[in-house]
Design a protein around this ligand. Structure first.
Ligand code: ADP
Ligand code: 5GP
Length: 181
């Protein structure tokens, strides 16, 4: 599982990691509207709040969380299928969800991506240019809390200073875990 404050570079790092390693990617469901370039069923399953709630009640989610005024959830079925097949699966989820999954599946590896510093995080959030000013402020406010919490609870903290260097570090963490069953 990979987590980190909004704008730290999770999507960028995950895309690079997928070019290097074979693993499935868990497509989450969310009630937030798609950003430019995001494709339904690829980046997220974009659901209305009623549909999300209905699926939640049916037990369709392995875990779900409220984040930035929207709901996010991991569909249960693809995770169970990957586990049964013995294949690797990567989840890009926030702290609360990652801890819930870790509790259910202790063998899962939790990696938290850190920004080099707060100013850089702010620049990246703004640089994405698809997040409103109110969202930027809200996401920066939760970032501090998330980082403090992650230092206590995550298996690994990786700083995303340079994208390739961050990908390399994560690749090594995953390679090391393969050698110790
Ligand atoms: P997240 O998925 O964590 O919200 P993104 O992957 O969308 O973050 O990245 C946010 C912005 O920061 C994007 O514009 C991306 O190109 C840029 N970015 C990501 N990683 C780096 C890096 N190591 N150095 C500079 N810019 C980066
Ligand atoms: P964004 O809206 O920027 O794509 O994602 C916001 C936050 O939601 C990120 O921290 C991301 O990791 C998290 N997230 C995405 N999908 C899920 C999910 O299925 N469950 C949980 N708990 N968090 C998710």
């Amino acid at each position: 599982m990979i987590s980190g404050p909004s704008g730290v570079g999770k999507s960028t790092v995950v895309a690079g990691l997928r070019e290097r390693r074979e693993f499935g990617f868990s497509v989450s469901a969310t009630t937030r509207p798609p950003r430019p370039g995001e494709v339904d069923g690829v980046h997220y399953h974009f659901l209305g709040p009623e549909e999300f709630e209905e699926r939640r009640r049916r037990g369709w989610f392995l875990e779900w969380a409220d984040y930035g005024g929207h709901r996010y959830g991991t569909p249960r079925e693809p995770v169970e299928a990957a586990l049964a097949a013995g294949s690797d699966l990567l989840l890009d989820i926030e702290n609360q969800g990652a801890l819930a999954v870790k509790e259910a599946l202790p063998e899962a590896i939790t990696i938290f991506l850190l920004p080099p510093d707060r100013e850089t995080l702010e620049q990246r959030l703004r640089g994405r240019a698809d997040t409103s000013e109110a969202d930027v402020a809200r996401r920066l406010a939760v970032a501090d809390r998330q980082i403090t919490e992650a230092r206590r609870t995550y298996d690994w903290l990786v700083t995303n200073d340079d994208v390739d260097a961050a990908i390399e570090r994560i690749d090594r963490i995953l390679a090391a875990s393969e050698r110790t069953p």
